[in-house]
Design a protein around this ligand. Structure first.
Ligand code: FAD
Ligand code: 8RB
Length: 452
């Protein structure tokens, strides 16, 4: 499509909405964005807590295309691998990639969002804050926004709507009566709580800065990501019910006792444990599946609004950014909105479902497998086979985090590779026991070179 005088209306100036607004305004569309929250540049960002996100190649690539990569990377902390803190045994680093060219980055959500909002406005998009979508008249092509502070309601005409309004999307709710979305929210049955590790007394990081820390404990775990402020945001992931769980740990004292027992090495790093535990809400985790993401030529959902996922691959934002690029490209190459939306959905839905599945799987790996002997042997062999078969046997983590091949391809190839790793290490205690020639043969028989 060639941008005409028509207007594109986006709900949500979060990560996807602000990036999409930038890309479409640059293409020449008239873009208006409605965001329910106040302007983060004026009021300070939500509660002021330092919440960080892991940025990988897919997200970084989208930022490069938008011309924002340098500004974001100037304030990012490199994470070379997972630093595993077992219950017993030694702390050790498991590298994510082959060297420092294959790493992920911890970025500050608030600052990233502000950079995206600034870019969208600079590109010519208009962003209205304190403007929550509160209903759509699809027949009359009008919608209503509400200012939650003064309750003022305003009705606007629209031509095309894009919902980048997150997991609790209001646009999705408004579309539901008009299209068979078959919405399913599958709760993980686990929740999360955030805690903070402050800087050390000398002003530096209290633990290794350039890593994503994991305290695996079987059915639950803590993780920590570094912030540029020399703090870490710690997240405890724990079942909602059962023992131990957010239900069974029903007081700050019980929480402290739980940490003294299971996270004895992490507890001293969190001096404000009691205040953090009591003051930070417990979040819930779920995967959102929809049969349809669009309503003919009138409305489309992207990002979390279409496919919220559990956090364990650190890909929710990365995938949402990839959605934005894919949509911007589809708009350039299709002739009308109905086919843009249908083609976007056909292309992205299998990939969203693949990363949703891989994110669920990665919880078990992170919380239960990273300190297992058989897992470590499989990982060693994975690295050896990756070296022996470059461009053919590529670790799944690398396909997801350091490449931009479709998530569905990474998922499928990952299954074939895992079967080889399990077969080749069966009955083996160390790498020297593995029949490498047999493993090589399996790779050659079963795995096609990438890009063919
Ligand atoms: P959001 O960024 O949630 O933006 C939605 C926007 O819509 C918000 O600004 C909201 O205020 C606005 N909105 C909502 N309703 C309305 C309405 N009715 N009208 C107008 N505006 C509305 N992903 C990663 O890739 N790596 C990570 O490490 C990572 N860590 C995370 C850590 C935490 C604590 C959380 C909660 C998520 C994390 N994610 C991570 C996931 C990532 O945050 C999301 O996948 C990503 O933000 C999705 O972008 P989005 O634009 O679709 O939604
Ligand atoms: N949402 C991440 C990974 C993979 C790490 C690995 C995992 C916190 C909420 Cl849990 C998690 C990863 O396999 O070694 N990369 O990036 C980010 C993660 O959690 C984020 C910080 C998070 N997301 C609600 C809390």
């Amino acid at each position: 499509m060639v941008p005409d005088s028509s207007k594109v209306t986006i709900f949500g100036a979060g990560l996807a909405g602000a990036l999409l607004a930038t890309l479409l305004a640059r293409q020449g569309w008239q873009v208006e964005v409605f965001e329910k929250r106040p302007d983060p540049r004026r009021k300070g960002y939500e509660g002021g807590r330092s919440i960080n996100l892991a940025l990988a190649e897919r997200g970084l690539h989208a930022l490069r295309v938008a011309g924002l990569a340098d500004a974001v990377m100037a304030q990012a902390v490199m994470m070379r691998g997972r630093m595993v803190h077992p219950q017993s045994g030694e702390v050790h680093l498991q590298r994510y990639g082959k060297d420092d060219s294959e790493v992920i980055w911890s970025v500050h959500r608030g600052r990233l969002n502000i950079a995206l909002i600034d870019a969208a406005e600079a590109a010519g998009a208009s962003i209205r804050f304190d403007a929550r979508l509160d209903g759509v008249d699809f027949a009359g092509k009008r919608f209503t926004v509400v200012d939650d502070h003064d309750r003022r309601r305003v009705s606007h005409a629209f031509e095309v709507l894009i919902g980048a309004d997150g997991a609790g999307s209001s646009l999705r709710q408004a579309m539901a009566p008009h299209v068979a979305m078959n919405e399913r929210f599958e709760s993980l049955g686990h929740g999360y709580k955030e805690l903070e590790i402050p800087p050390a007394d000398d002003g530096g990081f209290r633990i290794e800065a350039n890593a994503l820390h994991i305290w695996p404990r079987g059915h639950y775990m803590c993780i920590a990501l570094p912030n540029t402020e020399k703090t870490f945001t710690v997240t405890l992931f724990l079942p909602s019910e059962g023992d131990p769980s957010f239900a069974s740990i029903d007081s700050v004292g019980a929480a402290r006792a739980f940490f003294e027992r299971d996270f004895a090495d992490a507890l001293p790093l969190v001096p404000d444990f009691d205040a953090d535990w009591a003051g930070h809400p417990t979040g819930v985790l779920a995967t959102l599946y929809l049969d349809a993401w669009h309503l003919d030529d009138r409305a489309l959902l992207i990002g979390d609004a279409a496919h919220a996922m559990v956090p364990f691959h650190g890909q929710g934002m990365n995938c949402a950014f990839e959605d934005c690029l894919a949509l911007a490209r589809q708009i350039e190459s299709s002739s009308d909105w109905a086919s843009v939306f249908a083609k976007f959905e056909a292309k992205r839905k299998p990939n969203a479902e693949a990363i949703q599945a891989m994110a669920l799987e990665n919880y078990v790996e992170m919380r239960d497998r990273v300190d297992d002997a058989d897992f470590l042997l499989q990982r060693q062999l994975e690295r050896v086979l990756a070296e022996r078969h470059p461009g053919v046997f590529v670790p799944r983590y690398s396909m997801v985090s350091f490449m931009r091949i479709p998530y569905a391809t990474a998922f499928e190839r990952g299954k074939l590779q895992r079967a080889i790793l399990i077969e080749a290490t069966r009955g083996c205690r160390e790498l020297a026991d593995v029949d490498l020639a047999a493993a090589d043969a399996m790779v050659r028989e079963r795995i096609k070179p990438l890009g063919t």
